[in-house]
Design a protein around this ligand. Structure first.
Ligand SMILES: *[C@@H]1O[C@H](CO)[C@@H](O)[C@H](O)[C@H]1NC(C)=O
Ligand SMILES: *[C@@H]1O[C@H](CO)[C@@H](O)[C@H](O)[C@H]1NC(C)=O
Ligand SMILES: *[C@@H]1O[C@H](CO)[C@@H](O)[C@H](O)[C@H]1NC(C)=O
Ligand SMILES: *[C@@H]1O[C@H](CO)[C@@H](O)[C@H](O)[C@H]1NC(C)=O
Length: 490
């Protein structure tokens, strides 16, 4: 999601501080120098200083009042999302009205964000290196939160799948570096506010922001909207099921007087990029093992694709670069690619201990109700310019045509795309159909599953970090005020 500029609308607020009027040196010193006739000048001084004092207090009062009306009552909170491809800071401004937080993700003061690449997990060999980007993101946040409320504004760092894939000791070393930066940031920070969150936390947070945006949070659980997220490293499925859900997949949150029992699972390594890597690995194993004339074909790469071996500059490694050897040939074919994707999604099925397993050996209840399909589900649908209705069946024809095309023709059709981005869409289209239809059983013409990157009338971004902020803020406020309105995440 490239929304850093569009969303960076929070303005600098502390540029002009009206309180500085008190300490302008010029006025005071001229008053303190009586010149000619003492009596008259004493009266003049008294009257003069009274008038000036009045003017100064009036000016200060007006400034403070106008400030209070517009923003003095705003509170701030910062969430840093440590994702696999980059780290993004989110700065939130919100008001409290009759004890409840009021969010405004579309307003100028309510929300701003910025992303830096690469992600925290790329500092596995050099944890210290992570401090630079975190410090830059903190600076962005400080530029958007008035100085005087800095130390009461919370900052958190939550890392996701990229970090989850690292050894715990490496994760901890990287987190320690980020904690050091955040501790000295001036924001309110506790060491345990920088952590690696679980995949199901991420899913629940995404579910919270989606239902907040749609106005269904606080209503009938069976009227809520589920969410499927196709990330780079992991995929999350989160929704309220009416089936029995084993406790290891069950999360409970309470909003107001309504309790939601939510199925949430994150399929680690089954994000789009991780699955694509897995496919290449297995094809390369086949190719390495094939003897003699046996040439292995890659059905998920359009024919004619030749990795540009020269373009390794700027730290960019083409996904196919190290993968294509002389015995592995690009031979795009959507239906073969869809079967290959299905094999990846079904791996380990024989170990299923539940009533049924839709993906691998993991239990997923039958999908019910409506769903929003986000992240790569959205990006790929947009790339193929699919309509919101019947997009899943349209994805098949779009994928067939893309996978079957010549690489050179695709390059001409999509001149603005870098090879490594363009290359993904054949696999992506096949993987999406295989995941939603072949594995999770969504009918191709099912209109209850929509692709989206934002939701609701205000177009609130479907970013789990917003859900984390909503949940943390509402919980903290209900804890402080002892009011009955509570959101708890168990
Ligand atoms: C929750 O509270 C509202 C009023 O505050 C009430 O109308 C509603 O019926 C309650 N819902 C449940 C499930 O108790
Ligand atoms: C050959 O295939 C086996 C699995 O069938 C795999 O474990 C092995 O790594 C492959 N050999 C090479 C050189 O990749
Ligand atoms: C790659 O480099 C070789 C020689 O260094 C050059 O002849 C060739 O044109 C380059 N290929 C591309 C696609 O730039
Ligand atoms: C793609 O593969 C399928 C299944 O192997 C085959 O029936 C079909 O003819 C292939 N399509 C093309 C265009 O080669």
């Amino acid at each position: 999601m490239q929304r850093s500029h569009a969303r960076s609308r929070l303005k600098h607020k502390s540029d002009m501080d009206p309180l500085h009027l008190h300490t302008q040196p010029g006025q005071r010193s001229s008053l303190a120098k009586p010149k000619c006739k003492p009596k008259k000048s004493i009266i003049l001084i008294i009257v003069g200083s009274a008038a000036i004092a009045l003017i100064i207090s009036f000016v200060c009062y007006t400034f403070l009042l106008s400030g209070r009306n517009r923003r003095v009552s705003l509170r701030y909170s910062v969430v840093i999302d440590g994702g696999s491809s980059g780290t993004r800071v989110h700065v939130f401004g919100y008001r409290i009205e009759s004890g409840n937080p009021v969010f405004d993700f579309s307003g100028d003061d309510g929300y701003a964000s910025m992303k830096l690449s690469p992600g925290l997990s790329s500092y596995a060999d050099d944890p210290e290196g992570a401090s630079v980007s975190v410090a830059e993101l903190v600076e962005f946040a400080k530029g958007r939160v008035p100085k005087r409320v800095l130390k009461e504004s919370e900052i958190r760092l939550m890392a996701t799948a990229g970090m989850r894939l690292l050894d715990v000791s490496v994760q901890e070393r990287i987190l320690q570096v980020t904690r050091r930066v955040l501790r000295s940031s001036g924001f309110k920070f506790r060491d345990d506010s920088a952590l690696v969150i679980s995949g199901s936390d991420e899913g629940v947070y995404a579910w919270v922001v989606a239902n907040y945006a749609l106005g269904s949070l606080g209503g009938d659980p069976l009227q809520t909207t589920g969410i499927v997220e196709l990330g780079g490293a992991s995929t999350q499925v989160t929704f309220v099921s009416s089936e029995h859900v084993p406790s290891e997949f069950l999360r409970t949150i309470t909003y107001g007087n309504v309790s939601y029992r939510i199925y949430s699972h994150s399929f680690l390594n089954l994000g789009q990029d991780a699955a694509h890597e897995k496919l290449w690995e297995s094809l390369n194993n086949l190719a390495a093992n094939s003897t003699g004339e046996g040439i292995v074909t890659d059905p998920c790469t359009p024919k004619g694709y030749i990795p540009d071996k020269n373009s390794t500059g700027e730290g960019v490694v083409l996904p196919g670069e190290s993968k294509f050897t002389d015995s592995l040939q690009a031979a795009g074919n959507f239906s073969k690619c869809r079967s290959a994707a299905f094999n990846i999604l079904q791996e380990g099925k024989e170990k299923c201990h539940y009533k049924h397993c839709s993906i691998g050996s993991t239990f997923t209840p039958n999908l019910r109700g409506s769903f929003l399909a986000t992240e790569n589900f959205f990006h790929t649908s947009k790339f193929f310019a699919l309509r919101e209705k019947d997009w899943l069946s349209a994805m098949i024809s779009a994928g067939e045509s893309f996978c079957g095309d010549d690489w050179s023709k695709l390059k001409v059709k999509h001149p603005t795309f870098k090879d490594e981005s363009l290359l993904r869409y054949c696999f992506s289209s096949a993987y999406i159909v295989s995941m939603l239809h072949d594995s999770l059983g969504v009918a191709l013409d099912d209109q209850r599953v929509e692709f989206a990157s934002e939701a609701g009338e205000k177009g609130i971004p479907l970013d789990w970090a917003l859900g984390a902020f909503i949940l943390n803020t509402a919980t903290a406020i209900s804890d402080n005020s002892g009011k009955s309105r509570k959101i708890l995440l168990k």
